[in-house]
Design a protein around this ligand. Structure first.
Ligand code: PMV
Length: 313
């Protein structure tokens, strides 16, 4: 039996801006998509979380065609000497901004390469998972599959990244609030790009301001100045609002966090739904705030960066 697990992610800075080649700061977090593979007379993929089972050697609905792509790319690299039954189990919320589709692609790719006796090098896993993400999202920046593959806290730019090697302080945590409002990343990205093209002069200025911001954020992260980092998250949130990806549900969470002691808070991921993140000192993060969010039907997670990417489990 083969088992591989790949982490989900949180974008601290730079969703959407990264699509236009600006850097993003992103981290792997301790929620995982896990794939278990057993030998089988056929080529089956089952997702426990999504509740589907598909046969890769038969026509599959369009929404699952990225699994066919992974299988195709793997069969180019390895000899498909035997069949398999892959079971994917994930605790990463779906379509929420935590990189669930990328982590699924990364863990399945890593598991299948291992199953066929091929060394699952990070670069190859990442490349195959990116191709799957292209089918799911259209024109992804590649940030999700990269952070899920390599793990850690990354300063990411399309096609390259640098690891930010800091020790994350014990007294700082990230509160994630999942609104449960599902959205399609590809569609939200397309709308933002349309808006950009409509007002190129305005948005090229805003994207330039964002670029200054992310370099400052990098500096404060490395220096361990989380007060400044939080303030920059708030400014990043204002820039995201200008991309028209916010709404009153998200804004209420952003401001509730700030009013209850967050160092900074913002949408994370594509927006229009999905998650809001708040940077907190552990001493300032009170249970009543978490209860307040839960009582409104939102799921909450307290996460920290993790260093490991995809691995055997
Ligand atoms: O799929 P999400 O919600 O994690 O969003 C990914 C981040 C975007 O910048 C909006 C898209 C991308 O490909 O980088």
């Amino acid at each position: 039996m083969i088992c591989s697990e790949a982490p989900g992610k949180i974008i601290l800075f730079g969703e959407h801006f990264v699509v236009k080649n600006k850097p993003a700061i992103v981290t792997a977090v301790n929620l995982y998509a896990k794939t278990i593979i057993k030998e089988y007379n056929g080529f089956k993929v089952e997702s426990k979380q999504m509740g589907f089972t598909i046969d890769l050697d038969k026509p599959v609905p369009r929404e699952y065609s990225h699994f066919i792509e992974i299988f195709k790319l793997i069969s180019v690299k390895t000899s498909i000497s035997k069949g398999f039954y892959a079971i994917i189990d994930s605790n990463i919320p779906v379509a929420s901004g935590m990189g669930s589709s990328a982590a699924t692609a990364v863990s399945l790719t890593h598991a299948l390469l291992s199953y066929y006796g091929f060394k699952p090098e990070y670069s190859l896993v990442n490349e195959i998972a990116y191709r799957a993400e292209e089918i799911v999202h259209g024109k992804p920046s590649g940030v999700d599959n990269t952070v899920s593959t390599y793990g850690g806290l990354l300063f990411y730019r399309k096609n390259s990244f640098e690891r930010i090697s800091i020790k994350w302080p014990d007294e700082i945590v990230i509160l994630v609030v999942d609104t449960g409002i599902k959205r399609n990343t590809g569609e939200v990205v397309r709308k933002v790009l349309e808006l950009y093209d409509k007002y190129v002069d305005i948005y090229s200025g805003i994207y330039g301001v964002y670029e200054k911001l992310v370099f400052e954020a990098y500096k404060y992260l490395v220096h361990g100045d989380f007060h400044r980092l939080g303030e920059l998250m708030n400014i990043n949130q204002s820039l995201l609002e200008s991309l028209n990806i916010s709404n009153s549900v998200l804004e209420n969470i952003v401001y509730a966090m700030r009013e209850k002691g967050a160092l900074g808070s913002k949408i994370s991921g594509a927006g229009q739904g999905g998650i809001v993140i708040g940077l907190f000192k552990t001493s300032d993060l009170k249970n009543d705030l978490i209860h307040e969010f839960n009582s409104k039907g939102f799921k909450t997670y307290i996460v920290k960066p993790i260093n490991t990417g995809v691995k055997n489990c």
